[in-house]
Design a protein around this ligand. Sequence first.
Ligand code: C6P
Length: 427
Amino acid sequence: MKSTEQLAVTKNISGNGNGFDPEVIRRDFPIFKRKINGRRLIYLDSAATTQKPNAVIDVIDRYYKFQNANVHRGLHTLAEEATTAFEATRDKVAKFIGGVKREEIIYTRNATEAINLVAQSWGQANIKKGDRIVITQMEHHANLVPWIVLSRKTGAELVYIPITPDGFLDLKDIGKIISANTKMVALTQMSNVLGTINPVEDIIDLAHKRGAVTLVDGAQSVPHLPIDVRAMDADFLAFSAHKMLGPTGLGFLYGKEEILNNMEPVVFGGEMISEVKFDYADWNALPYKFEAGTPHIAGAIAFGSALDYLNALGMENIRNHEKGLIAYALEKMKELDFIKIYGPLDSERRGGGVSFNDKDIHPHDLATFLDMMGIAVRAGHHCAQPLTRLFGVNATTRASFYIYNTINDIDALITGLKEARRYFKYE
Ligand code: C6P
């Protein structure tokens, strides 16, 4: 089949020397055939969502054309095929994040829903007045607002690990911040604004010593870094399929079995029960007790293909490729005296996205100008409003990279930044 052939192409690429050739990878992504404003599409917005290869798109197409059925319910051939394929992706996800039990992988709509599940279920049952919840100043709203709401409801205090001016977590008072009354430590492994990679293992270790439960927001890290959640020892890990070649509307919560077993579901209905009477309901076993209603079946099956694609490339190779891109982008941007970069300048300790501002041009104007050149970047607060404000701005421009980006893409961005100054008459 077409998608398998394309995967084979990718396998050949990953066999050659240092990993892969992004120019060849691009051929697996039909969107790159498109011209934007008459130009080659230079997609630098993968932190928002990545593009999808044929290997993923074809599976969705095939599912609706030839396999469509609901899962876990039917006894007919189509239903059994759909259930087998849907559950196969759960196994792949369990393996991808370091070999956890399949019961520990819960399908959600996205990382946001996964974090909300923990805050509502585990949080409401275990957090009370006098307790402390610790997060960081660099959290996306998805790992911030659920904790604000929980602290409001319970009276628990919400305390932030601060950040340094160069965009790292400031850990000098961490021993005091993660106090004896801390019940939850929730933090991002990679900032979507600053790119910072946080030392989650050390923080989790300290949190566990204080008896706290830990949640890692892996929305930006799982797509870009090799992940071993067992070595990390996080109690929960949340991430989204659409940021790693998969479809939108699909995400995952990993949770340690003993913790998930003691949690109550927050959504009730079909499939999550073991028995229902007119006056009684009991819950299904893990992972199903958290998966009420018909899931995103096509998306889940297609995501299995996305994971095959990423595995064929190799997560180490992906990390190395992106490290090269970010190092090059930082080097080139540092030469531009009108550009201010937010976040670490060391490519070893950051991921493949960089936020910056032109000293004169508003980020929205800059993003609109770059779009005229076929370059897609994001401008705004990136759903991390408190963090952006901490840097004294309301918005930044962000260029973020993935497997299909090349050095040429970065050169085009740098040219675009220079041309924008002429266009807006600052030079
Ligand atoms: N960040 C960005 O452009 P969802 O929307 O649930 O798939 O992912 C939420 C999320 C959670 N944590 C982090 C660190 C994230 O970056 C995101 C999504 C996108 O930066 C969209 S706002």
